[in-house]
Design a protein around this ligand. Structure first.
Ligand SMILES: NC(=O)c1ccc[n+]([C@@H]2O[C@H](COP(=O)([O-])OP(=O)(O)OC[C@H]3O[C@@H](n4cnc5c(N)ncnc54)[C@H](OP(=O)(O)O)[C@@H]3O)[C@@H](O)[C@H]2O)c1
Length: 384
């Protein structure tokens, strides 16, 4: 039997989609009627003139990452080109998704040099060029590349500078709004990395500094050299290790928190079951929480999230994202998707609210579930 998700995913099923749209961004996240009518009538935003495209944006609520204002939900663009969860998708298919996000009020776009490598930044640059001044582009350095392949970590100052010059070209811009160090280079003190980004900010090539997957002590040391606007680390109902000191550190220092993997790499998109198996090319194949035995355990959490979805008239993905948003006001999830209808669904999370009592009840329930293959709380204290 098809579940609601299957029906939503079916291009032909208009009825379930209409029902579902009651919890999409249009409901109360600030979309104007005019923009809704426009987005409904334009199948392909790629064909719009620069002028029209910029004008037709709508608004969703915003949040602050340090002193950087972004839409409360961003768009993770990794899987469009990385080949992580799906084969790389052609630009003609992905540009309308990115521009469709802008039209629905998303202003925060996440990419990295390593996605592709390079091709994801090129895609994001091309898609956002017409609205460059109205959006926030985040990208990440930290790796060395040889023959188009990742070849270890490298955050030496001269390499960061080289990487940033390449990023600016690929992103078709003169500044990177949020420049993250993707992973710590064990051969370079974090102070040198932060100092290099500080210099790039002084030169106007970057506007804000971010870190990814770093421990509280490293965050503090970096922040002392150049204030950090955002930490990007995995966090979801399934991967809760940042609750060990990471979120507290961000709160204390006024650093925003950007959870990657917010719908647990698709688990809360409700597209897997106990029979799901992944090909060698899929990232899911090498992630411990998706091994056959662990997936079976972790589906108990999906079931609970589904129950809460019924209770709160929302889809599991919306529950997962709304729960993240409810944890702290400085949390901005960046669900990754290659599909505009999933993006709309994800934005609908902005209309789902939890009372403090519900949050406690939910936590008691999910903490009682034994998960398999998730990251340990102790891992929060180590640079990844
Ligand atoms: N800093 C880091 O180290 C790091 C690591 C990984 C990722 N990231 C960033 O974080 C972003 C998000 O993380 P992620 O992509 O790993 O995990 P995610 O957002 O939890 O999951 C992405 C997967 O979920 C599916 N999905 C999303 N919304 C859905 C919905 N409403 N219904 C059904 N399926 C849905 C997507 O498939 P469809 O395409 O079919 O929607 C995709 O396969 C990435 O795009 C990337 O920009 C950063």
């Amino acid at each position: 039997m098809k579940n609601e998700k299957d029906l939503i995913d079916s291009k032909t099923n208009k009825t379930s989609r209409r029902d579902f749209l009651k919890k999409t961004a249009g409901a109360s996240a600030g979309l104007t009627l005019a923009s809704l009518a426009w987005t409904a009538s334009k199948a392909n935003p790629l064909n719009e003139s620069k002028e029209d495209f910029g004008k037709l944006q709508s608004a969703v609520q915003t949040r602050m990452l340090g002193d950087l204002e972004v839409s409360a939900i961003g768009l993770g663009c990794m899987s469009m080109k990385s080949g992580s969860y799906n084969p790389p998708r052609p630009n003609e298919e992905m540009i309308p998704v990115i521009r469709g996000a802008v039209e629905r009020g998303v202003t925060f776009f996440d990419t990295a040099e390593v996605y592709g490598p390079f091709t994801d930044e090129e895609l994001v640059g091309e898609a956002l060029a017409p609205v460059r001044d109205e959006v926030v582009i985040a990208t990440k350095f930290g790796f060395e590349f040889r023959n188009g392949q990742r070849a270890g970590r490298n955050s030496r100052p001269e390499h960061i500078r080289q990487a940033v010059d390449g990023m600016l070209q690929r992103l078709q811009t003169d500044r990177i709004d949020l420049l993250y160090c993707h992973r710590l280079d064990p051969n370079v003190p974090i102070e040198d990395i932060a100092g290099t980004v500080r210099d790039l900010i002084d030169e106007g090539k970057a506007l804000h500094f971010g870190l990814s997957e770093m421990a509280p002590d490293t965050i503090r040391r970096a922040h002392a050299v150049q204030p950090v606007a955002a930490l990007q680390t995995q966090y979801s109902l399934m991967e809760r290790f940042p609750e060990n000191q990471i979120l507290d550190t961000c709160e204390e220092l006024g650093i925003g928190f950007v959870p990657w993997g917010p719908v647990a790499r698709g688990l809360f998109g409700d597209k897997f079951n106990e029979y799901s198996r992944f090909s060698e090319n899929s990232r899911h194949n090498s992630v411990a929480s998706f091994s056959p035995e662990n997936l079976e355990k972790n589906l108990a959490l999906l079931n609970l999230v589904r129950e809460w979805g019924v209770r709160k008239d929302a889809t599991p993905a919306q529950i997962a994202l709304a729960w993240l948003l409810a944890q702290k006001p400085f949390i901005v999830p960046i669900p990754g998707t290659t599909k505009l209808h999933h993006l709309e669904e994800n934005l609908g999370a902005l209309n789902v609210e939890f009372t403090p009592e519900e949050l406690n009840e939910f936590r008691e329930e999910f903490e009682a579930i034994e998960l398999g293959g998730v990251r340990s709380f102790a891992s929060a204290l180590e640079d990844q």
